[in-house]
Design a protein around this ligand. Sequence first.
Ligand code: NAD
Ligand code: UGA
Length: 463
Amino acid sequence: MKIKNICCIGAGYVGGPTMAVIAQKNPDIKVTVVDINAARIAAWNDKDLNKLPIYEPGLDKVVEEARNRNLFFSTDVDTAIEAADMIFISVNTPTKTYGQGKGMAADLKYIELCSRQIARVAKTDKIVVEKSTLPVRTAQAIKSILHNTGNGVQFQILSNPEFLAEGTAVQDLIAPDRVLIGGEQTKEGLEAIQALVDIYATWVPLENILTTNLWSSELSKLTANAFLAQRVSSINAMSELCEVTGADVNEVANAIGKDSRIGPKFLKASVGFGGSCFQKDILNLVYIAKSYGLNEVADYWEQVIIMNDYQKRRFASKIIQTLYNTISGKKIAFLGWAFKKDTNDTRESAAIYVADQLMEEQANIVVYDPKVTADQMQSDLNYLNTRTEEANATNLTTVLDPYEACKNAHAVAVLTEWDEFKTYDWQKIYDEMKKPAFVFDGRGILDQSTLESIGFHFYAIGK
Ligand code: NAD
Ligand code: UGA
């Protein structure tokens, strides 16, 4: 079975870049990415590649090559579904904010809506691919919706979770550690798996394309994120122990990372992990485990989140304590708001929670981030519902110049590891700050001895 026409529902951080790369590498396949968000689609179609709705290094080049050749962005979901022989579902699956499983379970309403739309529109057989991260056994629910249309159309459901990380999405898509494809182990299921393998095989070595049953594939995605986040919480837990014992967390991470069984990646102590997925996926895992009555399994993984929340609070508390337990009316400069460097994404960013805690103490926060807009920062704070929108707008402001952010500040806090922060004229920043001048490096990117020799009082996590 040779796929000629792909539709992807959801033009977000995953759907956009993933389909752009599939289209780039398969010029003979027509790829249409659809979304109900018209502004987002318009941005994907914008002639000015700086206006793409998401910022990812290298993405503009890929889009430029494939767009309007065999890559299209549209709001006409029905037409794209009807024309496609393979449909990726790449919509958001946030944590539920209501009802049963509130605050834990994944909200699958967008997945169900897509499934129902496909069931309603499809007139020819299709392969439906779960690209979104989903609770294990979701394919069962999708199947039951699709197989009850009564119109004779046949569907195969595949799970093909995405492992890209933001900020390196294009690189991760072009050279993935592995591609994972799960499907039914029937003749038709195996044919569908092969059709998707063929698409990836145009650029991914076959030995890096793993095929499994549906449930292993769905569960592997949640497991991968849980393991990655657990490493961050583990090193963050050690960071506090380092601070009280005189050990240096970077030295500890380096020492343990040399053990090939542990490995050096994902051992950077920080102000806490953020991003749209780690917390959501672990909460989902905890919920699933509990729903099967596996309470010890649930408690084990929940601790990863508890540790992460603690790390964010601990960083904010450190700032408050160090500034003589009173930050009311003090200016605190934030360098960075995104949840990691090289992205404009702020979902679950540690900066939001640290800012919120400091604002409860009536600090004035002034933020500089190279990619995040003032509106986004305000909407992140307003979402927490801690205080009025007016109070948020008064107590947290955004500037476009890092030196302006730091001028007359009592303290500078580094919340994102943007490379440019390392290259600033820290002497100038020091000269223009209130004294004593404090720096709180939540990302371990600044050189402590250089900053201390300028005169800063310096705090880094885990030292
Ligand atoms: P996103 O919010 O950026 O994009 C989802 C898009 O789907 C939105 O633009 C929304 O308008 C659209 N949408 C929702 N319902 C729709 C419908 N019925 N019809 C058409 N469009 C609809 O989300 P994302 O970050 O791309 O994540 C998507 C999924 O991929 C999630 O399950 C996430 O867990 C998973 N994932 C994300 C990442 C990441 O780095 N962001 C990485 C791997 C996996
Ligand atoms: C993560 C995974 O790395 C991807 O494989 C996965 O596809 C994705 O989640 C997803 O499912 O959404 P992402 O959240 O984009 O990707 O970025 P990461 O590089 O994993 O960083 C997550 C957070 O952990 C960031 O806030 C980062 O600063 C923090 N982190 C990461 C640390 O604090 N220390 C580290 O050593 C590594």
